[in-house]
Design a protein around this ligand. Structure first.
Ligand code: PEP
Ligand code: MN
Length: 480
């Protein structure tokens, strides 16, 4: 029963697989006992106010009896994989919707999930061929809650303002007063959709859909005719040739390493009643508590206060966690976060997801790298080139110029190269659907094109062709 789980002072203790220096002295937060509920006494941001708390408690109770979405052994395997990425022995590819949607899932019957998954696999083939092993993580099966810059939203060209949409897990997107009232039942709907999503991902990953022996079938239909699609077919030819050659040498090419894919899921740990209710003891070590809502959870740029509820929740769970690092993050504050969230300096536990903006990365990233290195902290550096590059289009849509996305990735790779640190991966908002949400790319989408297929309920996503183009850039720059 998760409510009975309590840790001794200092949160979860893990044995470090390698000798690493101790972190700076842990601040008082780390001296308090942690429980899955201890966040409830701390100041909290970005949280909904539900009209009826007893309804919330009823849903929490159902979730506490719900099946775990992920297994603690898988979660530990991801920590090890991220530790390899911190040393440059693997590259992280994390991506998916800004916000998963109930309507989109129903409209496509889950095919949107399968398509985004295929896109991530196509990108990982490009990266694997050029760089090395790829740690594949979806922003999926739980990415339903959104932090918002403003508590209220105004209708396009109208004076009326309503409480902001906070993701399908909290309230409705429709611009109507009633839709914007937080409804706890939505947590349950998100959970059910997440279990279906997880099931679909597992069948895709292990059911033969990704057998590299049939690599020519791993392609999204609408990508085939594009410039990105024809570049991808070069990789298909190369990989097929390599497999034929291995086969000729007598190396088995029907092994799971070739016919299946290891895939993890992640989301922002924003809605803490949901996260708390899905905490479970570890299967192998019941003294540890795992969030079983996903393998990897991250701390958003708006909820990373050192004495806040979100940091408190994350410090005690045994999962690998991410910290979004925006341009306002002070290096000293980052070190405090690391001391609280990873007091044992366990490799793979912390992924720093920098999201500075194309114009700020060259100045903003080096001080963070210097701070981390001076403290001897082990982290996995990942680039989110999306959230620092959001703009309003003259047509009224939120968009991201693809050139700025590419420029931030280039800047990220350059800074790490110059400073001798490891550029460990990418964190992207993308979809396998042929949407028109980010301007630019090989298809040269213009501001006027945005209206034609803008389907995101929140931030603009890269479409398949833009996402592949980004993979080619990284493959060429890192792979040489
Ligand atoms: C996000 O990843 O969707 C997000 C809101 O990011 P950030 O916290 O970095 O703004
Ligand atoms: Mn987003």
């Amino acid at each position: 029963v998760p409510t009975s789980l309590t840790h001794a002072a200092g949160g979860v203790r893990r044995a470090s697989p390698v000798a690493v220096p101790r972190m700076v002295a842990a601040p008082p937060a780390a001296e308090r006992a942690w429980t899955p509920q201890s966040w409830r006494t701390m100041p909290i941001k970005q949280t909904p106010t539900y009209p009826d708390q007893t309804e919330v408690e009823a849903v929490e109770k159902r979730l506490r009896g719900g099946v775990p979405l992920v297994f603690s052994g898988e979660t530990d395997r991801l920590t090890s994989a991220l530790a390899r990425a911190s040393r440059g022995e693997a590259f992280v590819l994390q991506g998916g919707d800004c916000a998963e949607s109930f309507d989109e899932f129903a409209k496509y019957g889950g095919k949107n999930i399968a398509d985004t998954f295929t896109l991530l696999i196509q990108m990982s083939i490009v990266l694997m061929y050029s760089i090395g092993p790829v740690v594949k993580i979806g922003r999926m099966a739980g990415q339903f809650a959104k932090p918002r810059s403003s508590a209220v939203e105004r209708a396009k060209n109208a004076a009326l303002s309503l409480p902001s949409y906070r993701g399908d897990m909290i309230n409705g997107e429709a611009f109507e007063e009633s839709a914007r009232v937080p409804d706890p039942e939505r947590m349950w709907t998100a959970f059910v959709q997440s279990t279906a999503t997880m099931n679909l991902l597992r069948t895709q990953a292990s059911g033969g859909a990704l057998d590299l022996n049939r690599i020519q079938d791993i392609n999204l239909k609408f990508v085939k005719g594009t410039a990105a699609g024809s570049r991808f077919s070069e990789y298909v030819r190369n990989v097929s040739g390599a497999l034929r050659f291995m086969n000729s040498c007598g190396v088995p090419v029907d092994s799971p390493a070739v016919t299946t894919a290891e895939f993890y899921v992640s989301h922002e740990a924003l809605l803490l009643p949901y996260e708390e209710s899905l905490c479970r003891p570890g299967a192998h070590d019941s003294s540890k508590v795992y969030a079983t809502s996903g393998h990897f959870l991250w701390l958003g740029d708006r909820t990373r206060q050192v004495d806040g509820a979100h940091v408190e929740f994350l410090r005690g769970i045994a999962n690998p966690i991410g910290i979004k690092c925006g341009p306002t993050l002070d290096p000293a504050e980052l070190l405090e976060l690391l001391a609280i969230l990873n007091p044992d300096n366990t490799p793979g536990r912390i992924t720093l997801i920098t999201r500075m903006g194309a114009g700020k990365i060259a100045e903003g990233l080096p001080p963070l790298i210097r701070a981390v290195e001076s403290a001897g902290a082990v982290v996995t550096w990942v680039c989110d080139p999306m959230h620092g590059n959001t703009e309003s289009s003259p047509s009224g849509y939120k968009t991201r110029p693809f050139t700025n996305v590419l420029e931030e990735v280039r800047g990220f790779l350059e800074v790490h190269k110059k400073m001798g640190s490891i550029a460990g991966g990418l964190h992207l908002e993308l979809t396998g659907q042929d949407v028109t949400e980010c301007v630019g790319g090989m298809q040269e989408l213009s501001h006027d094109d945005l209206a034609s297929r803008y389907e995101s309920t929140c931030d603009p996503r890269l479409n398949a062709s833009q996402a592949l183009e980004l993979a080619f850039l990284v493959a060429e720059t890192v792979g040489g």
